[in-house]
Design a protein around this ligand. Structure first.
Ligand SMILES: *[C@@H]1O[C@H](CO)[C@@H](O)[C@H](O)[C@H]1NC(C)=O
Length: 688
């Protein structure tokens, strides 16, 4: 069956802008695909065997010549020795013993390169004979200089169960030995491991990471391109791509491939969700006031899918308007407001509507017109109503801070209302930039980057603080010293101490390209209003990348691509450890521990009693985030005032206004005098 490639789409679409500089690929809405006669039927079921090759972005660096290398394995079938992974013959394989009493998993292969190399990645080619027995699923990758001390994994996760070459990129580290531990067989077919080839990649040089700038790694391999993600109440990261692990094109067949990362056991599991009949690519995402994850629209444009903390997905009511690339925001009463989204369904007129999770109903809000928040995008309304920067605020209101230079207030009572809120100082339209509410009680929103057009224009370095207060009043807007780097398609994450971590993106909007990638993140400090460059990483994170704060105060940064046979599919994530968790020598600082909490479910205005194992000086609440296409309307932060209530015992009061303390799941962090945050406890804030 024909599976459309990007080049065929490019040939079929006439490109409007004759002056386009680089390949101006425009992701077509489904109706364009249909009009062009390209199949929209689903041809690539991710669960069964696939022969079509997926294309993972290769590691950076160069594949090393393997001459003279040796291999040690824990088990092999005669004729399928470990050395077969280095022989350059795709038809020969290493296979753990299978003929009699096969030893159980895990199986281990250790490659000795005979000299220390600046290792920064590897590729794994599964067997190519069409038989998948022994494909590596869950795995861990270790490095060693001496062959006996392997430390903790530099990468782990789960590879997709197919014949395509897998790619793992790590931050450069000198090593002589590379060890791959296969924990599961990818299809659970038996206790085996097999491999056709392993190549090891290396950088020309190694610079030890500078201190004080945070640290990247480990790499987490995913069986999908994680293009959307949300933090579950149990601290797991649920991610998804589309109907396929590697492409969104042709996806309206009513299913979604998900993969969930559990930080507590460092495992990734894959699951296809089909019972909601919803390809959840390019959705709106919000964590509703009752804690349900509400995923709307996208490839199946009218659909709503709901996920609870037990990973049970159920179908919600269809939206009144079919949407894709809309944004949604939880309101002070726990409902979910959405607006925009002309990427799917008919273009234009995507006025507001609101979801009531208790009644499972959508209500159109004709008084919330989309027109005042449109950008002047060169591609028209298909793009101009995408990815709104919206924030639930007091009294059921929603503040729209961008990406249009115009700002607006939307009211969600009755049939809705709209009040203009001025412009974002001298800023231009900033599509696919970032906006983060880093101090909710003070109404403070940081904005950064973006570009006048969704694609084909330079990104900006502009940054602002928007301060909102009374509903329907114009906010104040402060222009900041700009970002170090112009960025579009970056991600921004508020940390427990109120700093904002901005990572990835590139300087010229070009979806599915990793050209001009910014690999140096920036940390914005609200006290100094300055951006400070942090440690660079080596995996580009551009279009379709995600980032989320985790309960342990690290940042999950993943995805990018989802473009079929392109070379920018990033089947992985990395953990960024901010400077606040590290000593000068790179070791982990000791951190305070929240030893008990009076409750994990509290109404706004309530008092929490918190006991810690050592003195702390600050606490904060950071709302669980959700992330796709640069939008994370769920995250926001509330600094708390400590009241001492005995030795290492503190009372903190949750703000009484649910427009500030939006209902839903929040992380409670305790922070010591050195600025080190605890691992957070997750709590549900209720409206009553
Ligand atoms: C072996 O497979 C790899 C990965 O698919 C491919 O790049 C390479 O060309 C193949 N080698 C041969 C000799 O076919």
């Amino acid at each position: 069956m024909l599976r459309p490639t990007f080049s065929t789409i490019l040939l079929c679409l006439s490109i409007g802008n004759a002056n386009a500089i680089t390949v101006p690929y425009r992701p077509p809405p489904p109706e364009v695909l249909r009009a062009e006669g390209i199949t929209t039927t689903q041809s690539a079921a991710p669960s069964g065997p696939q022969t079509a090759a997926l294309f993972a972005a290769p590691p950076t660096g160069n594949a090393l010549p393997r001459t003279g290398w040796t291999v040690t394995v824990d088990s092999f079938q005669p004729g399928n020795e470990g050395s077969k992974v280095l022989d350059g013959d795709n038809n020969s394989i290493w296979h753990s013993a299978w003929s009699s009493n096969p030893p159980p998993l895990p199986h281990t292969i250790t490659i000795d390169m005979k000299s220390v190399q600046n290792v920064n990645g590897l590729t794994y080619l599964p067997r190519q004979d069409g038989n998948y027995n022994g494909n590596i699923g869950q795995h861990e990758i270790y490095l060693s200089t001496d062959g006996s001390n392997f430390g903790s994994p530099v990468a782990f996760g789960t590879y997709l169960d197919d014949g395509s070459q897998k790619s793992t990129t790590i931050e450069t580290k000198p090593a002589r030995y590379v060890r791959i531990v296969a924990l599961t067989e990818a299809g659970n077919r038996g206790p085996w491991t097999s491999a056709s080839e392993f190549d090891i990649y290396a950088a020309g040089s190694f610079t030890p990471p500078a201190s004080g700038l945070g640290r990247w790694g480990p790499t987490i391999d995913f069986p999908i391109v994680p293009a959307a993600a949300a933090l579950s109440s149990d601290g797991k990261v649920v991610t998804w791509s589309a109907f396929s692990p590697s492409t969104f094109v042709g996806g309206n067949g009513g299913m979604t491939v998900t993969a969930t990362y559990d930080p507590s056991i460092k495992k990734v599991t894959q699951r296809t969700v089909s019972n909601t009949n919803h390809d959840m690519f390019c959705p709106g995402i919000s964590i509703a006031g009752n804690g349900l994850l509400v995923v709307t629209g996208g490839n199946n444009a009218p659909k709503t899918s709901l996920r609870n903390s037990g990973d049970t997905w159920t179908a919600g009511a269809d939206m009144k308007l079919a949407r894709g690339y809309q944004s949604s925001a939880t309101t002070s009463d726990g409902r979910v407001f959405t607006i925009g989204g002309s990427w799917s369904g008919p273009a234009g007129g995507k006025d507001g509507e609101i979801y009531n999770p208790a009644a499972n109903t959508w209500t159109l809000l004709p008084g919330c017109p989309v027109a005042p928040m449109l950008t002047a995008d060169a591609q028209g309304v298909f793009r101009s109503d995408n990815h709104a920067w919206i924030f639930g605020w007091k009294g059921g209101s929603v503040f729209q801070a961008g990406p249009s230079k115009a700002m607006n207030w939307y009211g969600t009572a009755g049939t809705g209302s709209r009040t203009g809120a001025g412009t974002r100082a001298a800023d231009s339209d900033s599509m696919c930039g970032n906006a983060v509410m880093y101090d909710a009680p003070a109404g403070k929103i940081l904005t950064a980057g973006g570009s006048p057009n969704y694609q084909g224009s330079q990104a900006s370095r502009n940054a602002h603080i928007i301060t909102i207060g009374a509903v329907n009043q114009n906010p104040t807007v402060q222009s900041l010293m700009p970002l170090w780097f112009a960025r579009i398609f970056a991600n921004a994450v508020v940390l427990p101490d109120g700093q904002v971590f901005i990572t990835g993106g590139h300087t010229f909007g070009n979806p599915f390209s990793d050209d001009n990638s910014i690999l140096t993140p920036e940390l914005w400090n609200p006290a100094t209003t300055q951006f400070v460059k942090m440690a660079p990483n080596s995996i580009p994170r551009n279009y379709h990348s995600v980032a989320l704060l985790l309960l342990d105060g690290t940042v999950f940064v993943g995805g990018g691509g989802l473009c079929d046979s392109c070379s920018t599919n990033h089947f992985d994530a990395q953990i960024y450890t901010p400077p606040y968790l590290l000593n000068g020598d790179g070791s982990l600082r000791s951190r305070p521990v929240i030893s008990s909490l009076s409750t994990t479910s509290i109404a706004v205005g309530g008092t929490l009693s918190v006991k810690t194992n050592s003195p702390v000086t600050k606490m904060s609440l950071v709302r669980h985030g959700s992330s796709t296409h640069t939008v994370n309307t769920d995250q926001r932060r509330i600094p708390l005032t400590l009241q001492s209530a005995g030795t290492n015992t503190y009372n903190v009061v949750v703000p009484s206004d649910p427009g500030i303390a939006l209902p839903g799941y929040w992380m409670l962090f305790a922070i010591d005098s050195a600025g080190v945050p605890s691992i957070a406890k997750s709590i549900l804030i209720r409206t009553s």
